[in-house]
Ligand binder design. Structure first.
Ligand SMILES: CC(C)(COP(=O)(O)OP(=O)(O)OC[C@H]1O[C@@H](n2cnc3c(N)ncnc32)[C@H](O)[C@@H]1OP(=O)(O)O)[C@@H](O)C(=O)NCCC(=O)NCCS
Length: 326
């Protein structure tokens, strides 16, 4: 690496420089608005909600990758928001940032991270697997059409992102419930990730579901984290989305919930289909489902660089066909 460049931990005082770096990389089109809201960004860094490493030269931030805490008790944290300034690309900074991020992940007491390589180009998809990650999902239409990767992407329309599980340390054994509909694919993905799991028989259904909903306006995504699964989930989601239906809805279900199988069946009847297995992403493993409400054929033909994601795309298309139309 160029000796004038330092890779170090991001601090709150870096927030204005980080915003400028995102502006150089994406103009005003980056879907996470916090990177443009400098005061909110500084607060998130100070509070430890965003823990990052940055590449710096002459007091300018020229690269960033970060870890975001999504759920208490998670052993796997979300990694992302990876950028290298267009003037500093092709010099190996991505690799330097990746190594520093893995060290940070361990130092912060996490055992793995989950990240979402874009399908706008092949760089992140290829690197994610070359560095030991396992593709465990595919989020269709996750990236808004307006997102401009400045000088690197050649695509249009909403784009997919893969989901990659990257362990940094040995992972614990867990007992989880296996939704019947996804038993085969989940077992195969646990094996691919070298995760030891014991499966409990599905139990009786709880009476009513409970979920935390967040609408990500810039992304056009309604996200639900289900804290108690039950067959009434589709109705709860309809109520949360109201009349202005989001282009994409994602639902995260916890695999320690005895009613997860019934909730999956109800969601499939409501037009939801498989998105990803996210091991250790909450206090337990998480199953993510997705539904695209304004579909175009291109959203189901993402440019995938690796066989793992290609297999998952075939699976997701078949699963979508067997779920009720949205
Ligand atoms: C993806 C990205 C982070 C890579 O950073 P980087 O430090 O340039 O990475 P590297 O130096 O390792 O180069 C990666 C590849 O880009 C190629 N590259 C070289 N110069 C380049 C340039 N000027 N512009 C674009 N790509 C270039 C390299 O040849 C290399 O190809 P390889 O993978 O076949 O070896 C950077 O291109 C970027 O910020 N892109 C826009 C934002 C983005 O896509 N973020 C990831 C979202 S998941």
């Amino acid at each position: 690496m160029n000796s004038a460049i330092t890779v170090r931990r991001l601090v709150a005082a870096d927030a204005p420089g980080l915003t400028r770096c995102f502006e150089r990389c994406y103009g005003t089109t980056y879907p996470s608005d916090i990177f443009y809201a400098t005061q909110r960004l500084a607060t998130a860094i100070e509070a430890g909600n965003l823990r990052s490493v940055v590449a710096v030269t002459e007091n300018n931030i020229i690269g960033h990758t970060g870890l975001t805490v999504r759920h208490d008790g998670a052993r796997a944290i979300e990694a992302g928001n990876t950028v290298v300034d267009p003037n500093w690309r092709g010099q190996g900074l991505l690799g330097e940032l990746g190594t520093a991020l893995t060290e940070l992940c361990r130092a912060e007491g996490f055992a793995a991270y989950v990240h979402y390589p874009t399908t706008a180009h092949e760089i992140m998809q290829k690197r994610s697997v070359q560095s030991g990650g396992t593709e465990t999902g595919l989020m269709l239409a996750y990236i808004p059409a307006e997102t401009n990767y400045t000088a690197i992407d050649h695509t249009s329309g909403r784009l997919a992102a893969t989901v990659v599980f990257q362990p940094c340390e040995a992972m614990p054994h867990r007992r989880v419930y296996l939704p019947e509909r996804y038993a085969q694919v989940l077992k195969a993905l646990f094996d691919d990730c070298n995760l030891e799991r014991t499966f409990s028989a599905p139990a009786t259904q709880s009476t009513g579901s409970a979920a935390e909903f967040v609408m990500h306006e810039r992304r056009g995504l309604l996200h639900a984290f289900v804290t108690r699964a039950a067959a009434d989930l589709p109705q709860q989601i309809d109520a949360a989305s109201g009349s202005a239906t989001a282009p994409v809805i994602q639902v995260d279900l916890c695999l320690d919930d005895p009613a997860v199988s019934a909730a999956v069946d109800a969601l499939a009847a409501g037009g939801f289909y498989f998105a990803a297995l996210m091991p250790e992403f909450a206090h337990t493993d998480v199953l993510r489902l997705q539904r695209i409400n304004q579909t175009s054929a291109a959203e189901f033909e993402p440019a995938l660089a690796n066989p793992g994601a290609q297999r998952l795309l075939r699976y997701i298309k078949a699963d979508r066909h067997s779920s009720a139309p949205a």
